[in-house]
Design a protein around this ligand. Structure first.
Ligand SMILES: [Zn+2]
Length: 226
């Protein structure tokens, strides 16, 4: 009787262990799949830790294709304000729009809301630090297929790889900002780059957006996930 009970318990333990093992393997597979699409925050090994937002292009592109407009071939004769789903963005208290050369200042409704939210959270973060008020600068927005081709000098054919073609995506400068009249202590652009990065990191965590830091273009590349 005692032996039977022992065997029974052994059997139960094996079942439980097998279950735990299966769950662990499944979690690992899901984790790896997620990582392969979204990248991760990376930290430099230098004295000062700095994170890098590193969502890969395929994550941006999938969100853009899901939530954005149909890509537009050319600017020729195009009245962007007549296109359903597009909203014009222009300078306001929360952000400035650069002189855009390879894009036009239009976004989807939700991408525009995301931009406003980032601008507001950035200013709130500065205020919480007792810093002066600044606003972020939009350096790129909606691109036509021609814009992308002119930028890359590569013919993209029917399948554009740039999330900018869907109006869900915009770039914000991380190395320059617009100073607004206000009290508070001045802080460096390098410091503001981190403040803005933290704002993006938070919104990304809450699934508002994907974000990628582009050091060569000195900007954050951001795609709305709504
Ligand atoms: Zn970009």
């Amino acid at each position: 009787m005692a032996k039977k009970k022992k065997n029974y318990l052994k059997g139960r333990v094996r079942v439980v262990l097998a279950g735990v093992g299966a769950v662990a393997v499944l979690a690992l597979v899901l984790h790896l799949c997620y990582r392969s699409h979204t990248g991760k925050d990376q930290w430099t090994k230098g004295k000062e830790k700095e994170f890098y937002l590193n969502d890969y292009n395929d994550a941006h592109l999938r969100a853009a294709q899901k939530h954005g407009i149909e890509p537009i071939r050319s600017r020729e004769g195009m009245d962007f304000s007549s296109i359903k789903g597009l909203e014009k963005i222009s300078d306001c208290d929360l952000y400035a729009v650069d002189n855009l050369t390879h894009s036009v200042p239009y976004l989807t409704h939700n991408a525009r809301l995301l931009l406003e939210r980032i601008g507001q959270d950035f200013q709130d973060s500065l205020a919480a630090r007792g810093a002066r008020k600044y606003k972020v600068i939009v350096t790129s927005c909606l691109r036509t297929l021609d814009d992308v081709e002119n930028l890359t000098k590569v013919n993209q054919n029917a399948s554009p790889w740039s999330a900018h073609c869907y109006a869900t995506t915009f770039d914000l400068a991380h190395a320059r900002y617009i100073d607004l009249p206000s009290d508070g202590k001045p802080i460096s652009y390098a410091e503001m780059k981190k403040v803005l990065g933290n704002v993006l990191k938070e919104l990304r965590k809450r699934r508002w957006c994907y974000a990628l830091i582009e050091e060569r273009q000195s900007c954050y590349h951001i795609t709305s996930r709504r």
